[in-house]
Structure formats: C-alpha cells, structure tokens
Design a binder for this molecule. Sequence first.
Ligand code: ZN
Length: 143
Amino acid sequence: MYKLSNRSLQRLYGVDAGLVRVVKRAIELTDQDFMVTEGVRTREQCCINYGKGRTAQQCSLKGVPAKYAQPDLSKVTWLNNPFASKHVTGRAIDLIPYPVDWNDLKKFHLIAAAMKQAAAELGVRIIWGGDWKSSKDYPHFEI
Ligand SMILES: [Zn+2]
C-alpha cells in the first residue's frame, strides 16, 4: 500500500475537504503510486502559466502583467480566462505517477480508477480531465 509524501500532503492544503478525502482514500486503493503536483494555484502561478507561449500583448489583453510573457516557451494553458481554473478556488488537483512518468497513459488510467473508486465510496462527485472529449488533462481531477 502506498502513502502520500509530505510534499504531496502540503500541496493539499486549502483544497476542498471532500476532494482531499478522495485523494487520501485513493492512495490506499491504488496499484500505481502517485504524487500531488498542484493543489491551490495562486494568482501569480496563473500569470506564470498564462504567460508561457504568449506575447506581452496577448497577456495584457487578459489582465496578465506583460512581465509574465514568455513567447518562446510552449503553451501550458488554454483557459479563456487565465484566472478561471478550478485550481484557484481549491476545487481541483493534479496527480501524476510516481516515479514521474508522463508517457505511460496506462499509469494515469490506474490513478483515475483509484480516484473514481474512492469517490464512489465516499459519495463525492469528481470529474477526471482524462475523460474530457477535447484537450484531455490526464493529471487533473476536479469537483
Ligand atoms: Zn489541473
């Protein structure tokens, strides 16, 4: 049986209590160890994310200070409103396989299966980004 690391636990700080219960139950159920990479996202982190792959002008149009523009990097977010992510309000978390492996989707599916089982047990409704029809977000879970 796996256990959440201290770092993962710290990243659950401020996240919705129901979602935290699901994560804590999922780590007991899962056959694939995982870590929490992001819980509550600060406004600053929203700006950093939005600036990746965008020009100063594109940032300014959305209320993101021009200093965050990093047009040479790859885009990491497609949000219309840079601050609308459920991470901002603590209603989302990102989980990735441990040891870190972005390439084996089967591992993300195993994590999702444990999260869904835990959510069903606890009566908490969750949505997995891997179930989205377009721009799938495999690490992402929200309520
Ligand atoms: Zn996410």
